[in-house]
Design a protein around this ligand. Sequence first.
Ligand SMILES: C[S@@+](CC[C@H](N)C(=O)[O-])C[C@H]1O[C@@H](n2cnc3c(N)ncnc32)[C@H](O)[C@@H]1O
Length: 307
Amino acid sequence: MSLLTRTTDAFWGLLDPWLFLGISLSCLPRTVLALFRKGRYAVLLSPRALQDAWFHEFWGSRAGPGIRANAGERVVPLLEGRCTGGSVVAEPMGPPVSGVVLEVGAGSGLWVDVFPKFVGDGGAGGSDGDADVRRRGGAAASGSAGITRVYGVEPNRDQHPGLRKAVERAGLEDVYRIVPVGIEDLDDGSKWDGRVEKGSVDCIVSILCLCSIPEPEKNIRELYGYLKKGGRWYVYEHVRCEYSWYMRLYQRLLNVFWPHFIGGCLLCRQTEKTLREAGPWEKIDVGQPPIEPWYHAVPHILGVFTK
Ligand SMILES: C[S@@+](CC[C@H](N)C(=O)[O-])C[C@H]1O[C@@H](n2cnc3c(N)ncnc32)[C@H](O)[C@@H]1O
């Protein structure tokens, strides 16, 4: 690759997060207008509620579908057990997602369509790709239980209509339950009409959400407590830049604006470290996807933590 091409790529790569912020900003007038039209004036007067509505508009209809299409190449194999060291591989390196699943920060349900193929009987909405997964050792084919229940934890109620529709489209009404609180209130029976017991969860799925939760050290440790012994945490999250001081600095600068535009999301979290320190793990297989170049200001980790 020529120097010119590399410089141009780096230029656009560095600019990209600012364009992302610009897209988010462009969604604000439409959000405010829609709230006026619907007479939701109280939301307009509450910064937190307005941020939720704005984020829903931005993520649900603008940013999310593109991210879903792009990250699907990594997240779907991750949930199939086909990742190692942050890379996608052809053969399963571990079991696919199964049993009782906690989807943290389910948002408007962009990933719900991935779950049916892991449901015990193959689920609704099966496709050729699904059969392929089962052949390669998916839960349903191996005789072990597939997914029996998904708790989609999502405190932003603006996201719930979209999430509910995604659950219906996937035919998962009997399997997928929306939990309308933050993960910090999962076991608080007074906050929602259900309860998830500590040590009862087979798998946690967190996709681009640990950047948004409050008190990450405390709450990730709490989430660790929900996993059974042998349970697995499938993670695809963006994290703090580690590879150079100037990218760390650049990321810090971006982070001055980022949370205000992107629903409270923080760029500089050391999520891998926090996960590693949440408790003893039997196995950790995580890394940065190799497609991410040095100028990527929003680097990711991809992998599985086994308790
Ligand atoms: C960037 S979005 C990602 C949504 C979804 N995972 C996706 O990939 O489309 C982060 C989500 O985390 C949710 N979130 C924020 N605080 C949370 C908390 N305390 N517990 C659970 N989810 C939370 C937000 O409401 C938001 O929907």
